[in-house]
Design a protein. Structure first.
Length: 366
């Protein structure tokens, strides 16, 4: 079997990028041998499952950094260290037929190492939007250089949306939508509920970028009409943002209307208990949670900065520049009309087994 070296972003925690990686591996591990490079020094959520498919995990950890070094100089040193680490893995654990980088423009060093070690298929996959507007000249020049390196060393440039691709790549690219587990997110597995009050859910890291505070403000307006409305948050807290969120919830007496669940919770089950997904993110490259929610029959209210590639017909886009009351009114109007009833959206094009066939074609290209 051909050998694939995956270059991850961070570790194999339950994030969106890592879930995409695992969906590929679940569907292709009988045809390819997968090893993975992760950028952490501790065990993460998906490690055991990954190892069960027979692969190896190689860890590189850069530490917290040196505050006395300039940020760009420190990144250069990290790229240099990463290049030599990858080259050593490719030499000692190979030969590899494919390298598949999931860490955006920062994967340039891995692609360079793979080119130097004669790996025939070298894939760069864009999962995030790199926005360098407002940054200084050095930062922009560095990103332009890395994009040029990717174009030079990658045999394939792919991404989950046009915005993600255009922010990471120069030259030609292909859009391959993110896959989801259609067996897990299947509304027929759960009993249909009758809702007397709106129940909202937001899934994602509790962070400024995911903007859960905005969702809490939406709930504040909804409970003026529906006093027992609920909001379910699912995700891991980052950067102390949860403290800010909890302060708002307490100050506005929303504690009895808000639930928090960890990222390891049964997300399909929690979605089955809600009638709307809210996703007021400040930035997203795809938002696979929108597909998962639509597959569960939920109507979705999402920030208009989120690319349209994840819309299977059940997403309404609103601006986070609007007052949260605008979102609240839109949700309440929908609830008064449909009472949270489930819809059937065709999400078949996002099925992991379908998307994995597109990846298989690239893996088999040489």
């Amino acid at each position: 079997m051909k050998k694939v070296l995956i270059v991850a972003q961070g570790g194999l925690n339950r994030g969106g990028i890592q879930t995409v990686i695992m969906n590929y591996i679940r569907n292709l591990h009988n045809k390819y041998i997968f090893d993975i490079v992760v950028f952490c020094n501790d065990k993460r959520d998906y490690d055991d499952e990954f190892l069960s498919y027979g692969g190896q995990i190689f860890r590189i950890y850069f530490g917290r950094g040196n505050s006395r070094l300039g940020k760009q100089r420190e990144k250069f040193l990290r790229f240099t260290k990463g290049y030599f680490f990858l080259k050593e893995v490719l030499k000692d654990k190979g030969p590899y037929d494919i390298i598949h980088c999931h860490n955006g423009i920062e994967g340039a060093f891995a692609l360079k190492a793979a080119k130097d070690m004669n790996v025939p298929v070298r894939i760069s996959q864009a999962h995030v939007i790199f926005d360098d507007r407002g940054n200084n000249f050095i930062f922009k020049a560095k990103n332009l250089f890395l994009k040029s390196c990717i174009q030079k060393y990658a045999t394939h440039q792919i991404g989950c949306s046009m915005l993600a691709c255009e922010s990471c790549f120069k030259g030609e690219y292909s859009i391959i939508k993110n896959p989801f587990d259609s067996d897990a997110f299947c509304q027929e597995k759960f009993e249909a509920k009758v809702f007397s009050q709106p129940v909202l859910i937001q899934v994602g890291n509790i962070s400024s970028l995911k903007n859960q505070l905005f969702s809490a403000k939406v709930l504040f307006y909804i409970i003026k009409r529906y006093k027992d409305a609920r909001l379910i948050f699912v995700g891991k807290a980052y950067g102390g943002y949860d403290l800010l969120l909890n302060d708002y919830i307490s100050a506005n007496s929303l504690n009895g209307n808000v639930e928090f669940h960890s990222e390891t919770s049964n997300i399909p089950l929690l979605m089955s208990q809600a009638c709307y997904l809210v996703q007021p993110s400040k930035t997203e490259s795809f938002a696979i949670v929108l597909v998962e929610a639509q597959s569960m029959g939920l109507r979705c209210f999402a920030s208009d900065v989120i690319p349209p590639e994840a819309n299977a017909g059940g997403v309404r886009y609103l601006s986070i520049d609007d007052d949260p009351s605008v979102w609240a009114n839109a949700i309440m109007q929908d609830f008064e009309k449909f009472r949270g009833s489930r819809e059937h959206y065709d999400c078949s094009e996002y099925k992991a087994e379908i998307i994995s066939l597109e990846i298989d074609k690239i893996y088999s290209s040489k």
